[in-house]
Every structure is written in C-alpha cells, then in structure tokens.
Design a binder for this molecule. Sequence first.
Ligand SMILES: [Zn+2]
Length: 341
Amino acid sequence: MLNRLGGALASGRFPQAALFVGPPGVGKQRLALWAAQGLLCERGPAPPCGECRSCHQVAVLGHPDLHWFVPIPRPKATDPAKQIEEAGELLGQAIEERRQDGLWQRPEGLVSHSLASVRLLHRRVWLTPFAGPRKVFILGDAERLIVQEASQEAANALLKVLEEPPADTTVILTAADPHQLLPTIRSRLVAVRVLRVADEDVREFLRREVQPPPEDEVLERRTVLAEGCIGRALGDEEETAAPDRAADKLLRTVRERRGQWPALALAQRPWSARGDFTGMLDALAVRLRRELRDAGGRPGGNVAQSMQALQRVEATRAAAQGNVNPQLALSVLAAELEALL
Ligand SMILES: [Zn+2]
C-alpha cells in the first residue's frame, strides 16, 4: 500500500482529487496524512523523508499548507460570514485535540461538514500556499458532508473544486462507505482502496506507537480485535469493544431468548450508525468462524448450520456496503440466525 502510494508520489502520478476508501478504523486519514506529508516534503513530492522541517510540521499537524477538515458541530452564528469564521475556530479546536491526543475516535452524534466548512474549504483552496509550492486538503469522514442535501450552491462549489483543483492543490476525501456520497462527487475522485494490514504489522505498530507498550496479553487482544485496522487497534478499549458487545448480545438473544430479537433490531439506529452496524457484523463473523474452528474436531457440532449462519452474516455485511437499511437488514438476519443456531 505504502509502496504503491509512494511510487505515485515520487512519479508525480498522485491524483489531485482522491477518495480513500476502507473499513472504519483502517487508517484512511492516517494514510492521507502520510500522503500529505510526502506531497509537502521539502525533498518531495516523494515518500516523506521524515526529517525535513515540512515533514516535522505535518507530523505535529502544524503545517500551514495542510488543511485537515474533520466533522465539527454546526456553527451557531446566523450570518454566513460569521459561520465561516466560527467553523474555522471549531476546526482549529478539533485539530488541536488530535494534536494533543495523537489518537482520535470516529465522529459521534451530530458533527458534520456543514455548509460553513465547505465554504471555508472553498475559500482556502484559492489561496496561494504559505510555505512551499503546494497545499493539501484532507476531508475526513466525507459521508458527513451536509452539502449533499442542503445547498445546491455549496455542492456546486465543492464539485468545482474537485473537478478542477488549482494546480498547486491536492484534495483527499476519506470514506468508509463511498455509496453515501453523491454520485456526482464520487465520480470526480480517483478511488484508492485502503486495505487491512497483517496482524504482525498491527502488533509492530502498537509496540512502536503506544507508550508505555502494552503487556503481551493486552497487545494480543488488541491485535486480534483490530482485525487489520490500525486505527481500530489504537482506539480506546471502550470504542474497540462496542462492536464485540453488540455481536455477543445478538448471539445471546437469538440463542437464549427466542423471539426477543425484534427489540434488538429496533434499537439499531437507522442510518447514522452504519459503521457501527458493519463493525458488529464483522465481530459476529469472527465469533462464528471461531466456533466453527473449535467445533471442527468435535463430532456432533452442527457444522452445516453454523456454516449457513456465517454465510448469512457475510451476505448481510456485503449488502450493508450498499444502500440497505440496517434496522431492516438486522431483523432479517436475526430471524435467520434464530432458525439456524
Ligand atoms: Zn521531508
């Protein structure tokens, strides 16, 4: 992955408008920051040298030509000019928090890329770079772009930027579910798939990045739960454990409390939690595969039905990438699992 992107950076083939796609927590924004570092590197564009002043500035999120847009609360001002100003301040605060933590969580609740954020981006895109020859914009969690429904004017402004960014500008959007972006936005971006990495790499990364290094047992658990997603491995325990808890609860419900699953399905939020939904399905598949593996040597385990259950979970996971209603999908799946398990 890094090799391929590094090659694109070095040869000047890195797209001017890119969409990094991959599962929640896989490290899309981290990779976008890495690419930004390479684009802004004083010895670049190339894979970042990690040593020059520009690389250091990106590493501490303090480069004047790195513009990282993350979802923020909606500005309270009513005057559009004031809204843009307020969005700038809110963004500054959000990035400051990330600078101090080094880690960050998936966005919660009502944060979004509001109209004000898009207008701010539009304004900054046309400025000349402060430091070097180039500037880079990262727009994380692009599913949270409000412009999509709210304003034709802002949507058009964004489309124009994506279609023809100024020559000195690179724009990288990240999304777990690209189908939640307007097709007109999606079609203007070069998609780059961000893949899961091997357990060994996750382990290595945790050993290097987490201070103090976790004990072996903790390290192992976080590696397994991360399932190849470095961002998930770095997330705090609470966040990491949520999909597992949801999967456990679903399995317990369909096995021990027959007929009780509709309440569970209704509790599934209809759309905002699509990432949570797919996370839960992933955790569910891990459990079923483990059960199958453990049952392999034992006679009498109902392997055929467990296989079918796993296939149903995987099919639902695939459908969840598209435009399905998680509530409905979960209802269908729970009924099927109850019959099978
Ligand atoms: Zn450098």
